[in-house]
Design a protein around this ligand. Structure first.
Ligand SMILES: [Zn+2]
Length: 182
């Protein structure tokens, strides 16, 4: 298999933006083997604003390569339950995570009041996880070459949420709600 992948190069059909959380393995969740998914993982599966300014944009660089060079047909933002990044967004990050994590999750600062308006801590956390996926999708659509491909029907964007307690996947529907996958 690896000889074939080396000889023919990678031609992944889909790209996934996922969280770095060790419990959330996109390959396992989507039952995909080597060569099938182009994956970038970061804190809270966040997509930063489109900002081609010469700074060290690791996530945006992966998006550029996956979308423009590999020309993936599907692009999935995969949030998850019990996300520590979302917890930090809602309740503050640990003192030892202030050099980079605090400013990174501030990308999703607009999600905070929406989530904290929910009644229980569990609802706040889940709403925050869902809204972060939606925010990442909104930011993806501000990358001009993603918007162009989506408008032309060459790329489809998806939102998903993986519950690490149950192993169940929920998909974001056109109505803005997450519902259990098939
Ligand atoms: Zn996470």
């Amino acid at each position: 298999m690896f000889e074939s992948l080396a000889e023919h190069g990678q031609q992944p059909r889909a790209m996934v933006v996922a969280c770095a959380d060790s419990r959330v393995d996109p390959g396992m969740i989507f039952d995909a083997g080597p060569g099938e998914l182009f994956i970038v993982r970061n804190i809270a599966a966040l997509v930063p604003p489109y900002a081609p300014d010469g700074a060290y944009h690791g996530t945006s660089a992966a998006l550029e390569f996956g979308v423009r060079v590999l020309e993936v047909r599907d692009l999935v933002v995969l949030g998850h339950g019990l996300c520590g990044g979302v917890r930090g967004l809602l309740h503050g990050v640990p003192d030892t995570a202030r050099d980079f994590v605090a400013s990174w999750i501030a990308i999703a600062a607009s999600v905070r009041p929406l989530a904290l308006a929910c009644d229980s801590p569990e609802e706040q956390q889940l709403r925050g996880e869902h809204e972060v996926v939606k925010l990442s999708l909104t930011n993806l659509r501000r990358f001009p070459w993603i918007a162009e491909r989506e408008a032309a029907g060459h790329l489809t964007l998806h939102g998903a949420h993986f519950d690490v307690r149950t192993g169940l996947l929920a998909l974001l529907g056109d109505n803005g709600q997450f519902a259990a996958a098939g």
